[in-house]
Design a protein around this ligand. Sequence first.
Ligand SMILES: *Cc1c(COP(=O)(O)O)cnc(C)c1O
Length: 365
Amino acid sequence: MTHPVPQPGIMDIALYVSGDSAVAGHAQVLKLSSNENPFGCSPAVAPAIAATVGTLHRYPSTDHAGLRAAIGAVHGLDPDRIICGVGSDEVLQFVTQAYAGPGDQVITTQHGFSMYPILARAAGAVPVTVPEQTRVVDVDAILAAVTDRTRVVFLANPANPIGTMIADADLWRLASGLPDHVVLVHDGAYAEYVDGFDGGAALVDAHPNVIMTRTFSKIYGLGGLRIGWGYASREIIDVLTRLRQPFNLSDLQMAAAIAAVQDRDFVAMCRDQNATWRRWLTDRLRQTGVGCDESHANFVLARLADATEAGVADAALRADGILVRRVTGYGLPEALRITVGDEAACRRVADVIARVVEARVGARA
Ligand SMILES: *Cc1c(COP(=O)(O)O)cnc(C)c1O
């Protein structure tokens, strides 16, 4: 018996691996493996959701007008140039589906977000991985890798899983240096953690081939609801909208997102707390002798001595009911990506890692 053959590329997809959420023997885990907000979401979200339950038999609005207006008002953007998706992942999917196909190339970087090659292959395209410079995206390497077949360049800025950013001048140099037939995706999943950063909005306004994507999954604490959005030229938004299912977001999702985006005090509190405890955790890891780049996101990447020590630290954390993310699949077997939790969480995770490192140093002495 022969089976139906899927489209090219699909069987080359390696399934996305999400952060663990349970440890055997621990009823209560401290989950620092998926960059979730330790403070949950805005208190305005639950009543906004409750207000939608009487009309769940109705189809939702197809144009997302209320949510796009709310996002536009908060960020000073034209709502007609915003598209909303089931997480920003869906917007990223629209981009690859719309602009890349069999035989085309999609550029990602050495430690780039693992969804990018998945989306490239789903469109039948080939992911091309470009080296970074000491864990920072290398704009010149990206520009050098562009060919006639390049259709999309993915750039997370801040980057995941490292948290580094590229300089504004480099970002603009990249956008200006790309040929017109290449779409630059500036993935701003962590943009809200960078005080004063527009997430790439001005870059979009200056370049017809740039799209910025944003999410409600990180600082807004709504990863469980799946809401994201993109901002680009009217022409790109018109293309992507043709691929979007008319009812991709429920009224419940949209009501939650509107309440969340309007609660600027909550966002500011989360940004401040994150900055304080990211600084503390970074310094503490470095004092322990653990390498840690300056992160601009809500996680840090702790680089231990080698893959073995990363495994020992991960096991010690699990034994304590703490989950972080191993990033071997990202080419960083010696590292652990740790979401910045609240004060107690940061202290717990730093103590366990210090114990592991001190045991190694002590054994050698
Ligand atoms: C978390 C994350 C996203 C957000 O994905 P959603 O689908 O919006 O939950 C996008 N890009 C990067 C780099 C991320 O880390």
